[in-house]
Design a binder for this molecule. Structure first.
Ligand code: FE2
Length: 387
């Protein structure tokens, strides 16, 4: 098949690499220019944040700080950030945080330069005319947003999760420093890590998959499955943190050029309605969607089972698929991820609405097996019944 791959983000990876941020910025911006730093309240309180801020001040940049980032980032917060960006005449947006901070930063960089509201871009009513340069320093290993061209934003009034997607939303520079991820607590490490695995699986298997998305995705799977347990068990395990950040980067390079699929469609519906953390929502639906997809594509899923080391080459495809489904369920349980029925806010009465939301998601058509609204309803029911 024909394919194309585009990725203009400069990637810098290394222990302590964030300490050179000012040097990187000096190649792009003059002293005295104004930079907006976008972070979340949690990162703001960690010991790593203040030195970064001091570094920017020392390099004589004007800093506009925006820390009003929610776990499922909202359109209204992005609009406030964009107003601040225009007010302070900001040259670039620097995100220090997880996927929510990075997606908020991307959207602010867009709205601050091109105006409008996120929904207009998600619905194709407005052009992505100009976006301020975006620099990302991820503090979680999960989203891959530091190298993707998309941002997922919730329309607060309707609870709808919208995907803004354009080449101009791809960051100029991604600085991946495993030391920044050490302070992430176990539950967040687990949830964001499962999100990264889902990116790898969906990027490698969706209908838009390419040889490159499969190569990146499969390598990501091999790194993430064994490392995540270790990073959750011991946050100071730097080898595990490094492997996870590398894995989430590769997963971002995989789905960032293709798409996500049905797991994300269900997860985004859940997250939009109940504010469920994105990684938890993904983890909840991963086994049932894998089961659904494997029924139609057993050979593909047997391969995934072997890549992730849940099965060996000696196993038949049928046995490998069974081991994949058991292995993934055991893996998420071991990581302490709750089940759908254990999430306090979830109500069975909402399943029809959730199925509608999932079906309306633009990534539904990318799922390897065609999926209907009724399939989503069945997947929700099945996932809820699993104990
Ligand atoms: Fe995701």
């Amino acid at each position: 098949m024909d394919f194309s791959y585009r990725m203009q983000t400069q990637i810098e990876f290394g222990d302590g690499r964030a300490a050179k941020l000012a040097d990187d910025l000096s190649l792009l911006f003059k002293p005295g220019e104004s930079l907006m730093v976008v972070t979340d309240p949690g990162v703001l309180q960690t010991g790593m944040f203040e030195p970064l801020l001091q570094m920017l001040h020392k390099a004589r940049y004007q800093v506009a700080l925006f820390s009003d980032v929610k776990p499922n980032p909202r359109d209204e917060d992005c609009l406030r950030g964009a107003a601040l960006m225009r007010e302070q005449n900001v040259s670039a947006v620097v995100a220090v945080g997880g996927g929510s901070a990075m997606d908020t930063a991307k959207t602010i960089a867009l709205l601050g330069r091109s105006g409008g509201v996120p929904r207009e871009y998600a619905d194709g009513e407005r052009l992505y005319e100009e976006v301020a340069p975006i620099i990302c320093l991820p503090t979680t290993a999960g989203t891959g947003s530091e190298v993707t061209r998309s941002a997922v934003i919730t329309e607060h009034a309707t609870h709808r999760k919208m995907t803004l997607k354009h080449e101009r939303l791809r960051p100029t520079l991604a600085i991946l420093d495993p030391l920044l991820t050490r302070s992430v607590p176990p539950s967040v490490t687990a949830a964001t890590g499962v999100d990264a695995l889902v990116h790898a699986i969906e990027g490698a298997t969706c209908r838009l998959s390419t040889p490159l998305s499969r190569a990146f995705g499969e390598q990501a799977m091999q790194l993430i499955v064994p490392s995540l347990r270790r990073a959750v068990a011991c946050g100071e395990d730097l080898d595990a943190r490094r492997a996870m950040l590398e894995g989430s980067l590769l997963a971002g390079l995989s789905f960032g050029s293709t798409d996500v699929a049905a797991v994300h469609c269900l997860a985004e519906a859940l997250g939009g309605l109940y504010d469920t953390p994105h990684g938890v929502a993904n983890a909840v639906f991963l086994p049932s969607v894998l089961h659904f997809n494997a029924e139609a594509y057993p050979v593909l899923h047997a391969r995934l089972a072997r890549v992730m080391n849940f099965a060996s080459t000696a196993d038949s495809d049928q046995l490998a698929v069974a081991k994949l489904l058991d292995g993934i369920r055991a893996w998420t349980a071991e990581l302490g991820i709750p089940k759908l029925r254990d999430l306090a806010s979830v109500r069975v009465e909402d399943f029809e609405h959730l199925a509608d939301l999932a079906f309306q998601n633009g990534s539904t058509k990318s799922n390897v097996r065609p999926v209907t609204r009724e399939d989503y309803q069945t997947l929700l029911d099945e996932t809820y019944q699993w104990t």
